[in-house]
Design a protein around this ligand. Structure first.
Ligand code: SF4
Length: 412
């Protein structure tokens, strides 16, 4: 593969015939982005289709205008879309002969289908909040961002690939979005969402980091407990199918979360599996926790949440960013998979997101990795999980749909 692979989608598909073609295509769509033509947008039906807007991060073209949040491929693979300017050479969704199709340089690849909007989306809570801005829908799960502000940004220590606060400012100006949502609004929205029988199979929460509190991050955990208790009002069982994506907190804080709430799985995103690059890319996480402590806390979490219930996410490709990243894709792959294997030996899965260089970030205008790199990485992570007999049901194609490697768990 060398410094940077230059293989196209078809060349990569020919080289790795055992890798599911539609998962590879989805990975490349995440990598290159997507552009909706005016014709494709003309058939968007706001009463039927789910439009973007509630996402925690911004788009690649920096616009919040209403466009389809995602689409489905013919095998049920869901693809979150990040609208991208045409000059960046994205895939294009077009309307041809009355069908919505994905094209690449005018060559039709696949028919696509816009996500259908849940019934609760246009309803309001008793306080007047629009329910779609309290709880979003992602594939088969309900998705909440209780706190859209990340306090690492106070000291300019946000992660270098992240635009959460810039996106929040834009959302507050352009749509009815609250920085912190109220537990009562959450309880009411979840109640309404669950009326749509069979649509949702899990609930996921994530937020910006908040280091305040007697022990750092107590405030973040207190707020999650409040929100999770509100969600729990809708369930009779002690635990409900759910995932919390939070900062790597201490064993005591993890225990509090586990014992006081219905949360059933935990994700603490280390973002990049290399200590030096982590220190550069995630200065806030490095200052408040450190790379080695982050790994230790992931391992501690397995003791509390149990096997097959803990994972960490990486923004894959950022380990190749300039000027601090690896210069060679083979070298980067080897280093990342070695770290993932070590974590897996303690029961911690790693899932990858494809890095999207967004305009309102420090790393805007950089290029992410090659498709061949992402294929080998997804494959490697899936093989590591198989080797250590780890399951990833709580973060797979049904629940999340944003991880090429856990999409593979469906086939292997
Ligand atoms: S911890 Fe990093 S990735 Fe997460 S919200 Fe804050 S800046 Fe963004």
């Amino acid at each position: 593969m060398g410094a940077r692979s230059t293989l196209s989608f078809e060349e990569t598909a020919a080289k790795y015939p055992e890798f599911p073609r539609l998962v590879m295509l989805k990975t490349d769509i995440h990598r290159r982005g997507v552009y909706y033509t005016p014709n494709a947008l003309s058939v968007v039906d706001e009463t039927r289709h789910q439009l973007g807007g509630t996402h925690i991060f911004g788009t690649r073209d920096g616009k919040l205008t209403k466009r389809p949040e995602a689409f489905v491929l013919r095998d049920g693979t869901s693809v979150l879309s990040t609208p991208t300017p045409l000059e960046n050479n994205p895939y294009v969704v077009d309307l041809i002969d009355g069908k919505l199709v994905l094209t690449d340089n005018e060559h039709i690849l696949e028919e696509v289908f816009y996500w259908e909007k849940p019934d609760y989306y246009d309803k309001r809570t008793s306080s007047g909040a629009l329910m779609q801005n309290i709880v979003g829908a992602r594939s088969q799960r309900l998705y909440l961002v209780p706190n859209r502000y990340c306090h690492f940004w106070n000291d300019d220590m946000g992660c270098k690939f992240c635009d959460i606060v810039n996106n929040l400012k834009q959302q507050r100006n352009e749509i009815e979005m609250q920085t912190r949502i109220k537990p009562k609004d959450v309880a009411e929205t979840i109640k309404e969402a669950l009326k749509e029988k069979g649509r949702f199979s899990a609930i996921c929460l994530t937020s910006g980091s908040d280091f305040h509190g007697e022990t750092p991050f107590d405030k973040e955990i207190d707020y999650y407990v409040e929100i999770l208790e509100a969600i729990g009002e809708n369930f009779t069982a002690k635990k409900f199918p759910s995932q919390l994506i939070c900062t790597a907190v201490t064993k005591e804080q993890l225990k509090r979360l586990h014992d006081k709430t219905g949360i059933s799985s935990l994700t603490m995103d280390i973002e990049v599996l290399n200590e030096d690059i982590f220190n550069t890319v995630c200065p806030g996480k490095a200052k408040w926790i450190s790379y080695q402590e982050w790994k230790k806390r992931l391992i501690d979490a397995v003791e509390i949440f149990g096997e097959n219930r803990v994972n960490t996410g990486i923004v894959s490709g950022v380990e190749l960013a300039e000027p601090f990243g690896f210069k060679d894709e083979d070298e980067a792959l080897k280093a990342v998979l070695k770290e993932a294997d070590e974590l897996a030996s303690y029961g911690v899965s790693t899932v990858n997101m494809v890095w999207v260089p967004r305009p309102n970030t420090y790393l805007a205008n950089q290029k992410n990795a090659s498709l061949e790199y992402y294929v080998k990485l997804a494959w490697g992570l899936q093989e590591i999980r198989a080797k250590h007999n780890l399951k990833i049901d709580f973060d797979d194609y049904r629940r999340c749909g944003n991880h090429p490697d856990s999409d593979l768990a469906r086939a292997f």
